[in-house]
Every structure is written in structure tokens, then in C-alpha cells.
Ligand binder design. Structure first.
Ligand SMILES: C[S@@+](CC[C@H](N)C(=O)[O-])C[C@H]1O[C@@H](n2cnc3c(N)ncnc32)[C@H](O)[C@@H]1O
Length: 199
């Protein structure tokens, strides 16, 4: 599925997402774990931030200058209403050029929607956008090899792709990032989160 089609589907559920996730703890312990690895608290970017801005709120509380990016206009419009003080980018992460280096980048359940052929360039882009010692958190499908699946969520059909865990680890290493933590946090679901740090 092309990113613009993913955006159209998320536009349809942006209100639901905000109500459901504004106070959700899903992924928050994992974000807190990621923050513990940081030595610098300059700018932080949440890729695919959604409409609740829940990661942005935590990042701001920890002293980061938090910024949110999302391809869905509705997600961004709603997030702006809740967090008028935060900088938001309505952009596709595949085409976006980071304007600055970041101390922390999170991509919680967002890059797993990208088409297979852009998984590697996007993870590379996120690694390159980190400051020295900067930390990346992202989720991915935890299979051994590349795969693509689709599924219905809140009445919308979504697609997901993964390169497989070993390939993601190779990409991180080849872009000067070391894996600090990898966990199948919803086992036996094939959902993995990875924390990596720039050397
Ligand atoms: C499952 S939601 C997760 C939202 C948020 N990270 C959270 O946990 O509350 C996925 C989000 O990723 C965004 N997204 C998907 N593909 C994207 C892309 N190519 N560029 C930027 N955002 C994207 C969607 O619009 C959606 O808001």
C-alpha cells in the first residue's frame, strides 16, 4: 500500500484514535526505557505521531524539544489542537528530509506500514538523523525474513511490511547504530520493538 493510501485510511479514524489513545499506556514503558539511554536532551522527533501526541507529551516532560511528524492531515490537525506549542510536520517520512539532528527519534507502530522497498532507506534516514549518542526506538514485524501482510483495523484495511529482524539489525549496524534492546513485547504476537544508539 502506498503511503498516501495509508494516510487516507488514518484520516478516517483520527478522531477515534485521539479518544482511544490520549491516555493510553501502550508503548509508554518502552519509550521511558528508550529515554534512559539518552545522554543528550536536545530535539526529539516522533515519526507517525498520530492524533493524541501521547509520546510528544512524555518527551516534553523529559526536557526534549519534541516534534511530531505524520502523513495523515487529520491526525496532525487533531494533535495540533491538543499541543499548540509543538512543531508538527504533515509529511511522508519516505520523502521528508530531516532539518536537524535529533537526540531521540521514536517511530512507534508507524514505519511498519511502509512499503517493503522503502523500509531500508527510511531506517537509514532515521539513523543518519541522530546526533552522536542519539537513540532510535522503532517497532517492526518480528519474522526471520521479509514479509507483507494486510489486516482490517477499525473498519479500514491496512498493510504492513517487515524486512525481518536480522535485516533490521544489519541496517542499524551499517549506519553506526548499536542495538541496545530488542524485545518481542507482545509474544506470541510477532511485534518487536528495537532501541538502537548512534556510536
Ligand atoms: C498505528 S498509528 C500510531 C500512532 C502513534 N505512534 C501512537 O502510537 O499513538 C500509525 C501512524 O503512523 C502514521 N504513518 C503511517 N505511514 C506514515 C508515513 N509514510 N509517514 C508518516 N507517518 C505515517 C499514520 O498516519 C498513523 O498516524
Amino acid at each position: 500500500m502506498e503511503p498516501n493510501d495509508t494516510a487516507t485510511r488514518y484520516d478516517q479514524i483520527a478522531h477515534w484514535w485521539q479518544t482511544k489513545h490520549q491516555h493510553s499506556t501502550y508503548g509508554i514503558a518502552q519509550l521511558e526505557r528508550t529515554i534512559k539511554f539518552t545522554s543528550l536532551r536536545h530535539s526529539a522527533l516522533d515519526v507517525g505521531c498520530g492524533s493524541s501526541g501521547r509520546f510528544l507529551r512524555i518527551l516534553s516532560q523529559h526536557g526534549f524539544q519534541a516534534e511530531g511528524l505524520d502523513i495523515s492531515s487529520e491526525m496532525i490537525n487533531l494533535a495540533k489542537l491538543l499541543h499548540p506549542e509543538i512543531t508538527f510536520y504533515r509529511e511522508d517520512i519516505c520523502c521528508w528530509i530531516p532539518p536537524k539532528p535529533y537526540s531521540l527519534i521514536s517511530a512507534w507502530d508507524s514505519t511498519f506500514h511502509l512499503p517493503l522497498n522503502v523500509q531500508e532507506p527510511v531506517i537509514k534516514k532515521l539513523c543518519e538523523a541522530l546526533e552522536p549518542d542519539g537513540v532510535l526506538l522503532f517497532t517492526c514485524g518480528g519474522g526471520h525474513t521479509t514479509s507483507e501482510i494486510s489486516g482490517v483495523f477499525q473498519g479500514q484495511n491496512f498493510e504492513y511490511s517487515t524486512l525481518g529482524v536480522d535485516a533490521f539489525l544489519r541496517i542499524l549496524t551499517s549506519h553506526r547504530c548499536t542495538c541496545r534492546h530488542l524485545e518481542y513485547d507482545q509474544y506470541p504476537e510477532n511485534h518487536v520493538y528495537i532501541i538502537a544508539q548512534k556510536t
